[in-house]
Design a protein around this ligand. Structure first.
Ligand SMILES: NC(=O)c1ccc[n+]([C@@H]2O[C@H](COP(=O)([O-])OP(=O)(O)OC[C@H]3O[C@@H](n4cnc5c(N)ncnc54)[C@H](OP(=O)(O)O)[C@@H]3O)[C@@H](O)[C@H]2O)c1
Length: 261
């Protein structure tokens, strides 16, 4: 993908799953990467495994504290030009509303919603000044269709699509591109890392994610959409890919199907 050649891409969630696959494909495509997640050592391993490791840098940040993460990033990045920010880091949920602590809702919002806003606000002024740049956020089909066990995740992923829509409208006059990626079920560690009602990780896989498309395929389709500067794209297969369409045109049917699952 020639689009990424020589571009500086700040990619969050680069240590595993979709982000790791994106990092590999972006490095192959000639991008210069800033790799972010919490785990510095894991990111350093990723960096060394990529094509042209010397072109890439590691920036470990904890997005559960978005303002602090943004301050650390500001210090680390200084005046560096960012061509594309990909807000991909995220955490999911597997717990019923009746059994979920408020602190879990707050944590999901910090990482999946406020984390996106904090990093976007950090890179935006320079992009506006340069009249160039692209902000990408990996939301989810769960940002269009609410299901059981994901109430906080649904809220954050719905919210972030709204934020991106507003950002797109405000940035059109400056020529910036704003892209939302909505994956369906993808075979990654997302279920394993999902928060349960008391905030601990679920710790095992989920058959829906295990049966989904690979992280590599998701990354390839997402990067194609980014290169085409699409506003919004759904990536996945089967029912999870169809769900936003069904929700829009047959909402009653979708409500009944979800309540029965
Ligand atoms: N897999 C799916 O079926 C699916 C479907 C729809 C949407 N998505 C979205 O796709 C994105 C990537 O998920 P994935 O499937 O690749 O899951 P994953 O394998 O669990 O990867 C999540 C990534 O986010 C990082 N992360 C988690 N908490 C963080 C924090 N507090 N601060 C900074 N980084 C943090 C993790 O790195 P560290 O552990 O090193 O921090 C990791 O790199 C997420 O936004 C997810 O919601 C996934």
């Amino acid at each position: 993908m020639r689009y990424f050649q020589g571009k500086t891409v700040w990619l969050t969630g680069a240590s595993s799953g979709i982000g790791l696959a994106m990092a590999q494909q972006l490095a192959e495509a000639g991008a210069h990467l800033i790799l972010t997640s919490r785990r510095h050592d894991a990111l350093e391993q990723v960096r060394q495994s990529l094509a042209h490791p010397e072109r890439h840098q590691v920036l470990a940040l904890d997005l559960s504290q978005p303002e602090q993460a943004a301050l650390m990033a500001k210090d680390a990045l200084g005046d560096q030009i960012i061509d594309i920010l990909i807000n991909n880091a995220g955490v999911s949920q597997r717990s019923l509303i009746l059994e979920t602590d408020m602190s879990v809702y707050r944590q999901l919002m910090e990482i999946d919603y406020f984390g996106v806003i904090a990093l976007t606000k950090l890179v935006l002024p320079r992009m506006v000044e340069r009249r160039a740049g692209q902000i990408v956020t990996v939301s989810s089909v769960a940002g269009k269709v609410g299901t059981k066990l994901r109430s906080g995740y649904n809220g954050a992923k719905f919210g972030v699509i709204g934020f991106m829509d507003s950002l797109r409208a405000e940035m059109a006059q400056y020529g910036l591109t704003v892209t939302s990626i909505l994956p369906g079920f993808i075979n990654t560690q997302v279920a394993h890392n999902s928060l349960t009602g008391d905030g601990t990780a679920l710790g095992h896989e989920d058959p829906d994610n295990a049966g989904g498309i690979s992280a590599e395929e998701c990354a390839r389709k997402s990067l194609e959409a980014i290169a085409k500067q699409k506003a919004e794209v759904v990536v996945g297969s089967g029912l999870s890919k169809l769900a936003p369409f069904l929700q829009r045109f047959f909402p009653g049917l979708v409500r009944r199907m979800i309540a029965k699952r």
